[in-house]
Design a protein around this ligand. Structure first.
Ligand code: NAP
Length: 479
């Protein structure tokens, strides 16, 4: 296979890749922190070493631009090294030692040691919109490897040559370190059959996915329909509401509108954290703020979307929203006129928004909706109608009034991350991060796909009762 050819993995190839992964699983599960950290650091250095070549390839396939893509390589390398630090701190190897207590239960109990074991081979569905950070060596792969699980990547058909090259580089690192190649396998193809064959494979023990609500729901159903269902960690759609309270924009209408316009159009809106709903409380600043927002959106440059399919979905989404009753269009450039889509801004009342579930659907791309609310109670009703989001941003809840409390409580009910300044695009890779939230943000709201806690998804607790001394002497690991 050349690095330019299109390729669809056959069922024999998928079987062979998963078999290699299964064969490597035990050794990788037993590997110590030094080995895992060496691989993660080796992978980080290898992509940095090949950065100019990889960024050029990524730009050809995704149109995201060198500046954004170089930033993404830096984030991906940082992420790999951060997980190396986690394994060196022995996070995946943590043990809870609960010595025996003499006497009758419930006070008395046998010796209990709680360890965690890696789940086994993970099927990782790469995302289209992050060709590095959520692709072959992205956060899902890094966190699964850190947990001690081999990974089989389902490459995204939006960047096949880049995926193949990154995988090739990764295989070189495994060879250099004398590790089994099955620790990081890859399958590819542009039809759902490849992904289905992978998630149905009996040796796959878990799946991680970033992509559409439709794709995520279909794959989760497959994960559950197996004779032995497996955990499915899907990060799906999100409309990321921003609550604009009077104090949040007073005296800084232009600054806030400009920042918001940049966030809505950043990467042509192809971010899972792109703000899609602006819940605006009326004040003397509202008119200026919205006028400035329309002006700033008009001035933003956008670029070609990742795939023609996404562009079509965006145009259909905007067309669909414009047809809804009770909606006013504040900005709509001719979406079909250019190859790059132009920003869209609509406006509805809270009542209309709450009643029309179609307005709650994510439009992937540079589109947003202003929802007019009259009071804090309406803000909470709008948030409840949205139901699940990766983020909620609240501008101006600085006094802790009963209204602020109610809004923040609603925000924490529906989102994995609540921001009190700035914009939701840009997700820090750090210990306290939570990138998830109630469905459809995530299929598993108690887990995160970004940040150090992401590795917890791939570990399973085992309680060892009255374990023999030899097992305890090696921290409960049967190696
Ligand atoms: P997608 O269509 O969900 O595809 C993601 C991956 O899942 C691809 O590898 C795809 O394989 C596979 N897949 C999808 N449906 C499947 C099914 N029914 N059975 C088996 N495999 C399946 O996402 P996308 O191509 O990246 O973008 C499409 C839309 O997803 C966007 O317009 C946007 O709405 C949303 N999106 C969301 C996020 C997010 O961060 N939440 C990120 C990117 C995109 P094949 O393509 O080979 O079939």
């Amino acid at each position: 296979m050349t690095t330019t050819s299109k390729h669809e993995s056959t069922s024999v190839e998928i079987d062979s890749v998963v078999e290699q992964s299964r064969t490597a699983a035990h050794a990788w599960a037993c590997s110590g922190p030094e080995t895992r950290a060496a691989l993660l650091r080796g992978l980080a250095s290898a992509i940095e070493h090949a950065q100019p070549e990889l960024v050029a390839l990524a730009d050809e396939e995704t149109f995201l631009g060198a500046a954004r893509l170089n930033g993404e390589v830096a984030r991906t390398a940082f992420q790999l090294r951060a997980f190396a630090d986690q394994v060196e701190s022995k996070v995946p190897y943590q043990v809870i030692d609960d010595p025996a207590v003499a006497g009758a239960p419930p006070v008395g109990h046998p010796s209990m040691v709680r360890v965690r074991v890696p789940l086994g081979p993970v099927a990782m569905f790469a995302a289209s919109n992050f060709p590095f950070a959520f692709s072959v060596l992205g956060g899902d792969t890094a966190s699964a490897l850190a947990a001690g699980c081999p990974v089989v990547v389902k490459a995204h058909p939006g960047h096949p040559r880049l995926s193949r090259r990154v995988h090739e580089i990764s295989q070189g690192v495994l060879v250099e370190l004398g590790l089994p190649l099955g620790i990081l396998g890859m399958v590819e193809g542009g039809s759902v059959d490849v992904g289905l064959a992978l998630i149905r494979h009996p040796s796959i023990a878990a799946a991680a996915f970033t992509g559409s609500k439709r794709g995520g729901i279909a794959l989760q159903a497959e994960a559950n329909a197996r004779p032995r269902p497996i955990p499915f960690y899907g990060e799906l759609g999100s409309i990321n509401p921003i609550v604009v309270l009077p104090e949040g924009i007073a005296g800084k209408e232009i600054e806030m509108a400009t920042m918001l316009a940049q966030s809505i159009t950043n990467g042509t809106g192809q971010f899972c954290t792109s703000p899609g709903v602006l819940i605006v409380m009326p004040s003397v600043s509202t008119g200026t703020f919205l006028d400035e927002l329309v002006g700033a959106l008009k001035a933003q440059k956008t670029h070609v979307m990742l795939t023609p399919g996404m562009r079509k979905a965006f145009d259909n989404g905007v067309q669909g929203i414009c047809a809804r009753a009770g909606l006013t269009t504040l900005l709509r450039d001719d979406v079909n006129a250019e190859s790059a889509p132009r920003p869209y801004l609509g406006r509805v009342s809270a009542k209309t928004f709450i009643q029309d579930w179609q307005l709650h659907e994510e439009i992937f791309g540079p589109a947003a909706l202003v929802v007019d609310v009259n009071n804090a109670e309406e803000v909470t009703h709008v948030l409840e109608a949205i139901g699940g989001s990766l983020t909620v941003t609240v501008w101006g809840a600085s006094n802790g009034t009963s209204e602020d409390v109610a809004i923040v409580r609603s925000a924490t009910q529906i989102a994995g991350r609540v921001l009190f300044s700035g914009v939701p695009t840009g997700v820090a890779v750090t210990a306290a991060q939570h990138h998830g939230g109630p469905f459809p943000a995530s299929t598993q709201p108690s887990t995160t796909s970004v940040g150090y806690a992401a590795l917890e998804r791939f570990l399973r607790p085992v309680a060892l009762q009255d374990a023999p001394a030899w097992l305890l002497s090696q921290e409960g690991r049967p190696i």
